[in-house]
Every structure is written in C-alpha cells, then in structure tokens.
Design a protein around this ligand. Structure first.
Ligand code: FAD
Ligand code: DLZ
Length: 511
C-alpha cells in the first residue's frame, strides 16, 4: 500500500532515514514550506533562503528519481506541518505516514499529537544521518556520574575507525589541541570563499524571503551558501584544499577583517543533510594521509564533527524537554536591544553581532567567547539568549543550538555540557584576535573610563557565583586570583562592574 513520507526542511538526504526504503511510483513524498516553521523564532533571512532553496532543489531531485512529490510553497499559505498533512492525507488511501525522527523535540511533539488526534498511524524512522543514534547515546550516558565529551569522542573514533592505527589513535595521541589555537596576528590571508553558481531557484526564493520577511535580519545580497548536494561537496573540497592546513592553527582566532577565517562553513550542509558527517571526516582524514595537512589540523576538525556534534545531539535528546527550562545561574537580565542592531561600542562584540545578523554566520569563538561570554558575564536571560541564537544563525536547529548556548556558553545546565564556565576577560579576546587595536576600551584596564567592560564584569561574575564555583577545581585558580585582591580593589571593581552592567545590560524592571 502507498505511504505518505513527510520530509522536513532539514532532512534533505536521498536514500537515508525515511527515504531509505521509499518506493518511487508507489509512495508520495510531502514537503511543505509552512508559516509556523518559518516563524517559530526570528530566523535569519539567510537561513530561510537556504532551507527553502535547498528544499526546492531536493524536490526536483526526488521528482527526477520518479517520486511523486506534493510540495507546498510558502505562498500556498499553509500554517503548519499538521495542516500540510491534513491537506494531503485524504487525497489518496495511504497506509501510514512515515517520517524520519525530527531534530527538534517541539516538532516530534506536534506531529505525535497530530497522529493521535487524527488517528493516523505515524512511523518514525531512526535518523541514520547521525553517527550515534539516540538509544546508543542514552545507554552510554545513563549510569555515568559525569558525562565528558572526550570519552565519547574516543569511543566514536574507535567505532568508525577514524584517525586510528589499529587500536591506537593516529600519532599516539587522541588530542592535539596544544598545537592548535593561535591568536590572529595578520600573518596570513585566508582564502576567498568558494564561488557560487547562478541559480534561478535560489533567486526566486531570495525574492520570496525578502518580500515575506522584511523585518528579519540578514542581507541576502551577500548570500553565498550552497543549496544542493553537488555544490555542498564542492564546498567540502574547497575547505579541504584551501582552509584545512591552517584550520587548527587559527581555530580559536578572531580577525576583524575575515569573518570566516579558515573555518569550513559546512555546518548548514551537515545539519540539513546535504553532507554526511562521516564523509566529511573521511575527506579530512584522507587529506591528512595524503600529506596535505598536519595531524593536529585534521584531528582538531574531526573532533568537532565526530565528537562535539554527535555529543551535543546526544545531550539534547537525553535531557529534553526539561533541559530547555534550565537556568542554573539564575540569569534574568533582558536581552539588550543592540543584539538586534549591533549598535555597541565594544568593538569585538559589535563585529561579532554585526556579522551574525548580516551574514547569519559567526565562528565558534565569536559565538562562545565574545557574544556568549558577554551574555554569561552580564547574566542575560537564558531563554532570550537561546532564542536569539536559534534565529540568527544559518545552521541553528534546537538540537545543536540549545546545548551549545544554554549549556556551553551560558553554563546554565549545572555543568552537564562543560565542567567550567567559559568566562573570560578582555585579555583573552586581545590574545586571540586583533579587535582591541580599534576599540575605545583597553583590555589592560579594569576600572575607570576606557576600561574594557569584559574585565570588571568577569570579576563581578566570579564574585556573584563564588559559593557555587568554590568547589570546582577548574575554577580554583581564577577564584584565588579574585580572593587575593585587596578588599579596596574588589570594592572598586564591583562598583565599576555595577555601572557597566547598568549601562550595557540593565536588570529587568520589577513590574
Ligand atoms: P568549523 O569550525 O569549520 O567546524 C567544523 C564543524 O564541526 C562544524 O561545521 C560543525 O558541524 C561542527 N562543530 C564544531 N563545533 C561544534 C559544536 N560545539 N557543536 C556542534 N557541532 C560543532 N553549531 C551549529 O551547527 N548550529 C548551531 O545552532 C550552533 N550554535 C552554537 C551556539 C553557541 C553559543 C556556540 C558556542 C556554538 C554553536 N555551534 C552551533 C557550534 C559551532 O559554533 C558551529 O558549528 C560552527 O561555528 C559552524 O561553523 P563551521 O561550519 O565553519 O565550523
Ligand atoms: C527551520 C525550518 C524552516 C524555517 N522552515 C521549514 C519549513 O517550512 N518546512 C519544513 O519542513 N521545515 C522547515 N524548517 C526545518 C524544521 O523547523 C525542522 O525540521 C526542525 O527545525 C527540526 O529540526
């Protein structure tokens, strides 16, 4: 009997998951651009254009393979995925709806509720585009006192034989971070972006998105993302050829003139299924084996995909829905307006926010140590910050955004994601990048006019959470540095930090 296969906007992989045993000529595929998905957060226009253009190309690919595809565009004005299902379910006699398990808890809940309400059988298929399925992660995690990415990562290296020599890690070490992560000193010029092709499908989508989302962030004149699998494969080759050799070296660098540096820009393709995580790791391992890059670069990159990416997805499903409610540090200051217009004179923050809004992209250190660090130190409301991250980045889907933001950047999950908060002063930002040269604030100064706000806010953060962090061995040194300061200095720092907090991120007014 024919089945109705629902393919969501981030499930664009042929022959996998719900499409693995799909039968052209027999089953119908449903894909729908719907208002609720386009509006559940204020998505960047890059993200909307990327997803809709990739969905439309995927539809064409399925049709070319002989599938019947019911495709609803945004201008068909369908509100929700459930409404789309309602519209198509009764068109023909289908045995069941089949869908690959979604990335987000929200979507799983609403589709389950639809299936119960309509008494329609809904079959979830495992999302085999991830390298660790949900049950396997749960088995690994449950019963452990503490979860650490490093052990999970080693397991994955062994399981998939990536960068292994027999049972030993290639080169004898699991981790080459010590050789990575230099600051930016303008010694190199990163390669240009991979060229894009003319694409009428994309042009039409860009007009649609500009017309329908005039108030969303994102300048689509700068759109340069791939929207098909062949294009995404080209981007992978471009990365491996031109960026990989210096990827590790500058993994944690920040350069004010180079928003992309040597990063791969592959997260959007991985997250919607245009690239497969194992093929990406294997391409990078091959590049190393062919002598094209150092082991430290290949390992530093593979760790992000085989390790972090799978790990955060595991954490998300292991801990949802309760995870999204956590706010371990009781952060509650409202998101400052400049998060939406980048209008701040902290130069590094301005640059990171501006490129996030305009390009839909910032690299990891900007997300974590500039924007996230600011939000952590000023105690911005966790839910508001998470919602901002979910909207603003082209690669943002809750399964990956939430553990990274709530857990890693905001330390809001009581240490599940990170064993210590990623809090840092302006000196860290100075060491890693070149922004401080053009900033009115000095990273060497903590109080008084011209002092970098990250400095006093950092000490105030430690002071605020002194009790909570005093037993954390990884915070011992920082705490002792604070406690060793003379009381008069502490008082001056806290007074200055109070002023900076009130100026940059004032507390919510009591109602
Ligand atoms: P590269 O630096 O080239 O890294 C290679 C790949 O590794 C990425 O494409 C990505 O797939 C993976 N990766 C690297 N770090 C992580 C990580 N911490 N978690 C999961 N995967 C990782 N990544 C997203 O894909 N979507 C998000 O919504 C997202 N939100 C984030 C929010 C915060 C606060 C932080 C600190 C990080 C977030 N990340 C997110 C992780 C990371 O910043 C991005 O994956 C990366 O910047 C994407 O750019 P790239 O492809 O050039 O990455
Ligand atoms: C993110 C997104 C957007 C903006 N629009 C759609 C859409 O119109 N139709 C669709 O099927 N999927 C969309 N998506 C992706 C879904 O929100 C995605 O499946 C969830 O984020 C779960 O990962």
């Amino acid at each position: 009997e024919p089945r109705l296969i629902l393919v969501l906007g981030d499930q664009l992989t042929l022959d996998r998951a719900a499409l693995a045993d799909a039968r052209p000529g027999m089953d119908t595929v449903l894909m729908a651009e719907v208002a609720d998905e386009a509006n559940y957060t204020k998505h960047n226009r890059h993200k909307l254009a990327f997803i809709f253009a990739a969905m439309r190309h995927f539809r064409d690919e399925l049709q070319a393979r002989g599938f019947t595809v019911e495709y609803l565009t945004l201008d068909d004005n369908i509100d929700s995925l459930c409404d789309a299902l309602d519209q198509v379910w009764n068109q023909e006699h289908f045995a069941e709806v089949v869908c690959c398990e979604p990335g987000e808890f929200r979507v799983q809940s609403l589709l389950d509720a639809w299936s119960t309400r309509r008494a329609v059988p809904l079959k979830w298929t495992t999302d085999d585009r991830f390298l660790c399925d949900r049950d396997t992660f749960d088995d690994w995690a449950s019963g452990r006192k503490q979860l650490r990415m490093e052990y999970f990562y080693r397991l994955m290296r062994r399981r998939y034989s990536v960068l292994m020599e027999g049972d030993k890690p290639a080169g004898g070490q699991w981790n080459y971070d010590k050789e990575n992560r230099k600051g930016w000193r303008n010694k190199h010029t990163p390669p240009p972006l991979c060229a894009s092709e003319n694409d009428p499908v994309l042009d039409e989508v860009i007009s649609l998105v500009n017309r329908r989302f005039p108030d969303n962030p994102g300048d689509l004149d700068t759109f340069h993302w791939a929207v098909t699998r062949p294009q995404a494969l080209q981007r992978l080759q471009h990365f491996a050829s031109y960026c990989l050799p210096l990827f590790g070296t500058y993994q944690d660098a920040m350069a004010e003139d180079f928003p992309w540096l040597y990063h791969s820009l592959l997260s959007p393709y991985l997250n919607v299924g245009l690239l497969d995580p194992l093929e990406v790791c294997e391409a990078v391992e091959d590049a190393w084996r062919e002598g094209h890059c150092e082991l430290s670069a290949a390992e530093g990159f593979i760790r992000q995909i085989l390790g972090w990416r799978e790990y955060v997805r595991g954490i998300y499903w292991y801990s949802m829905p309760e995870y999204a409610q956590r706010n371990g540090l009781e952060a509650s200051a409202p998101l400052p307006a400049f998060f939406w217009n980048a209008d701040t004179d902290l130069h590094c923050l301005h640059k990171a926010l501006d490129q996030s809004l305009q390009l839909g992209y910032a690299h990891h250190i900007q997300r974590l140590m500039v924007i996230g660090n600011f939000a952590l130190l000023t105690g911005l409301d966790v839910a508001e910050v998470c919602d901002w991250y979910l909207g603003v980045y082209i690669d943002a889907f809750e399964w990956v955004e939430l553990p990274n933001t709530l857990g890693m950047a905001l330390s809001g999950d009581n240490g599940l994601m990170a064993s210590k908060p990623y809090a840092a002063t302006g000196k860290y930002i100075q060491r890693q990048g070149d922004h401080c040269k053009h900033c009115r604030y000095k990273p060497t100064q903590t109080t008084g006019d011209g002092a970098c706000p990250y400095n006093s806010l950092y000490w105030a953060f430690l002071h605020r959470h002194e009790v909570r962090f005093s037993n954390n061995p990884r915070m011992g040194l920082a705490m002792r540095n604070w406690q060793r300061k003379p009381e008069s200095e502490q008082t001056a720092i806290l007074a200055w930090a109070g002023k900076e907090q009130a100026r940059l991120a004032p507390a919510r007014r009591a109602t």
